[in-house]
Design a protein around this ligand. Structure first.
Ligand SMILES: [Mg+2]
Length: 280
């Protein structure tokens, strides 16, 4: 049995800047055994390098190819829909960098898209500009619809809250690429070079991590170290494959896996291959 992991960050690896005890042991084992894994985050603020540095400061030493963010998913999606397009962006470095790397230019006059990410840079003038561009025909894209984000000082409005304001003002609905959208969930699987039944999604949020994994047919593991408490789980119409307290509880199953690196999966034989339509 081969098994690779897509691992949410906030509430799974750390909470409010504090490492969840034992998370470092889980990552050390994955690396020691060469088991494929990716950090999968709906936070578009940080670049891959920023994420690696944050993890480094927590005592978990990874490389940039272990990181996949909704900013990268969004930029790749837009590049596949409209190569060489342009966007007006409300967001930070992680999103701007991903768009540039995928051939996108920033445009405040007549962009193809208005793209919204996480961040603290929003001003009313930016919201006004975004609205006017949407009304002129730019398509509204959300990196994710998370309504709020935990910080060291409590909650702050998330990308979904900013998007909701622009949807209300414009009358247009945004398209969101982040978890649970299958576009991001599938890109992550391809990055891991694994088949659908070889992927386990680990997360603390039912509406994104678990729903996203479930929709793709992945095995899902809910951890109770973040936003979902055991007594609220039964309220959901869908359930994870497994629920555990923290990542540490998954160490025994990783110990059972064969050592990597594994033979690369032939993508041509991928039964759920889906071509994204490219518009000109
Ligand atoms: Mg989380």
């Amino acid at each position: 049995m081969r098994r690779g992991y897509l691992i949410d960050m906030d509430g799974v690896i750390y909470r409010g800047g504090e490492l969840i005890p034992g998370a470092e042991k889980f990552f050390a084992l994955l690396q020691e055994r060469d088991i494929p894994f990716l950090l999968l985050t709906n936070n578009s603020q940080r670049t891959r390098r920023d994420v690696v540095l944050k993890m480094d400061n927590l005592g978990i030493h990874l490389t940039e190819d272990h990181v996949f963010t909704c900013a990268i998913a969004t930029a790749r999606f837009l590049a596949s829909q409209k190569p060489g397009g342009s966007a007006y962006v409300i967001g930070e470095g992680g999103l701007l960098n991903a768009l540039h790397q995928n051939g996108y230019a920033i445009n405040e006059t007549n962009p193809d898209y208005v793209v919204i990410g996480e961040g603290r840079t929003l001003t009313f003038e930016m919201a006004e500009k975004a609205l006017q561009l949407i009304l002129k025909g730019a398509k509204l894209i959300a990196t994710n619809m998370d309504p709020n984000c935990p910080t060291d000082k409590g909650m702050r409005p998330g990308c979904g809250a900013i998007v909701a304001m622009l949807e209300a003002a414009s009358g247009y609905k945004a398209f969101s690429v982040g978890k649970p959208n299958p576009i991001m969930m599938r890109m992550a699987r391809k990055q891991l070079n694994l088949r659908t039944n070889e992927v386990t999604m680990i997360g603390d949020t039912m509406e994104t991590d678990i729903l996203g994994g479930l929709q793709m047919g992945y095995r899902t593991v809910l951890v109770f170290s973040g936003s979902t408490l055991p007594d609220t789980l039964s309220r959901y119409p869908y359930q994870p494959t497994l629920a555990v307290n923290t990542l540490v509880d998954l160490i025994p199953e990783v110990e059972q896996l064969p050592d990597g690196p594994w033979e690369i999966f032939e993508e041509e034989n991928d039964p759920d291959e889906m071509q994204l339509v490219t518009t000109v």
